[in-house]
Design a protein around this ligand. Structure first.
Ligand code: SDX
Length: 428
């Protein structure tokens, strides 16, 4: 393959180098475009054809339905790894040995106490506040109690910021849930594993001994791994661009939470359950909702379907669908919603509208069915997505800062009024 691309603009030819990644992805390096052409830029709403960075963290192939973290397949990691191992892998690039993992967890536990004054902030929220709004606010508030920027030239300071957010974020997630349920805000138990402790902080009751449910523990471990990173998705790109101004890690993560909240992104897992519930209340008439999804005059979309990158099955959806069957059976939960979801999937997989547009179930289509079986309220589903995505956000932020990447500042093409003179008020 030639190692350059040639562009012709105004009868002038320009050569630009091709960059080829380790999985043979090819990109035209246009860093010199504007200078070489005297001001010509590109335009690409939604960045559907534009790479924002080079990254060593996650590889996905949308056509083949491949997802790997630091070279390890999502299938192997979901089956064999512990979430904290995957956290370490994403951030530092290698699976930890037993000693490294133990030290990492110990360091995180030492930083997992959240300043008690944060409770005053959470008390100020109405019980009706959406948990994603609460979590984003509390995460941003952590900045007030910790240094706002991170000196990335100091490995120790960078590591300190990372273990702080890994220690405190699960507490904020648990407090967000418990506040809504009118339960006391307390801490977990440092004798437990990372995911074990998350579940205990979320579900322990003040008047009874906490009993761990192994099925729920294994399911949450798998779900958190499946959500841990996904290269340059909307919320991760947000974390990177906010961090590129050298805003602190906590402020950047808080921005990522807000981006994830949207129903076109992580908020879809809540929207899927609400959609399936509506279909159930409507007598299970999936054909009516399929017609709505295809009707261009109707804003309704089949939530949990379609993806910017996957034009084949989302590999995570396959794993989560199988896990939903297993968890509901193991828990003895009969949920008609699962049947409705599978019916919708079958109809869509045989409908030309969806087949032609390569619309398949994505990570959000089945995940909420498992969260519901775990007694997690529907408005907490996207909070659980954020809990899983935290290590990916950290890893991507760290990579961007360590590489000293420039502040993110896209160009535009102006289409407004040309120069005109001011008109006095009495003449308008
Ligand atoms: C996540 O990017 C990531 O990696 C995200 C994520 C991650 O891990 O970070 O994977 C997590 O956000 C998953 C996606 C969750 N969102 C949803 O499930 C919401 C429903 N899906 C859609 O809104 C949509 O599919 C998107 C937002 C996911 C992707 O949108 P694109 O890539 O901008 O595609 P598009 O809107 O241009 O759609 C192409 C065509 C259009 O029809 P035409 O104009 O060609 O006729 O497909 C149609 C769309 O109308 N379409 C849908 C549809 N999704 C796309 N039609 C009905 N139902 C849908 N769900």
């Amino acid at each position: 393959m030639p190692n350059k691309a040639t562009l012709e603009v105004n009868n002038q030819k320009y050569d630009f180098p091709l960059f080829v990644g380790t999985e043979n992805e090819v990109a035209i390096d246009v860093k010199a475009l504007r200078a070489a052409t005297g001001g010509v830029t590109t335009i690409d709403p939604g960045y559907k054809n534009t790479g924002s960075c080079l990254s060593d963290i996650t590889f996905l192939d949308g056509e083949k339905g491949i997802l790997r973290y630091r070279g390890y397949s999502i299938e192997e990691l979901a089956e064999k790894a512990d979430f904290l191992e995957v956290v370490y892998l994403l951030i530092f690039g290698e699976l930890p040995n037993a000693e490294q993992l133990d030290k990492f967890h110990t360091d995180i536990k030492l930083k997992s106490v959240v300043d008690d004054d944060i409770k005053k902030i959470i008390d100020a929220f109405p019980k009706s506040a959406h948990p994603m709004g609460v979590l984003s606010s509390l995460t941003s508030a952590l900045t007030a109690f910790n240094p706002s920027s991170v000196n990335v030239d100091s490995e120790a300071e960078m590591y300190n910021a990372i273990i702080k957010i890994l220690g405190k974020f699960p507490v904020l997630v648990a407090w967000t849930l418990r506040k809504q349920q009118g339960l006391p805000l307390d801490y977990g138990d440092n004798s437990l594993g990372y995911v074990q402790n998350i579940l205990k902080m979320m579900f322990c009751k003040p008047n009874e001994n906490y009993v761990e449910n192994k099925i729920v523990l294994e399911a949450l471990n798998k779900l958190l791994i499946l959500h841990a990173d996904h290269e340059q998705n909307c919320s991760t790109s947000t974390v990177r661009i906010v961090g590129s101004s050298h805003a602190g890690l906590f402020a950047s993560i808080s921005a990522g939470i807000s981006a994830l909240w949207g129903p076109l992104h992580g908020g879809a897992n809540q929207a899927v359950l609400e959609m399936l519930e509506a279909i159930k209340q409507d007598g299970g008439d999936t054909k009516k909702y399929m017609a709505k999804a295809k009707d261009k005059q109707d804003p309704f979309r089949l939530m949990g379907f379609g993806h910017r990158v996957y034009k084949n099955f989302d590999p995570r959806a396959k794993i989560i669908k199988a896990e939903a069957d297993k968890v509901l059976a193991d828990l003895g939960v009969e949920d008609p919603i699962l049947g409705i979801a599978k019916g919708l999937e079958q109809e869509a997989l045989n409908d030309p509208y969806f087949v032609d547009r390569k619309l398949y179930p994505n990570v959000d289509f089945y995940s909420g069915i498992i969260y519901r079986a775990m007694n997690i309220p529907v408005e907490m589903f996207t909070v659980m997505f954020a809990l899983g995505r935290l290590p990916g956000w950290i890893a991507q932020w760290r990579e961007m800062r360590l590489r000293k990447e420039p502040i993110g500042r896209p160009r535009q093409v102006y289409t407004g009024e040309n120069l005109r003179a001011f008109v006095d008020l009495n003449k308008r």
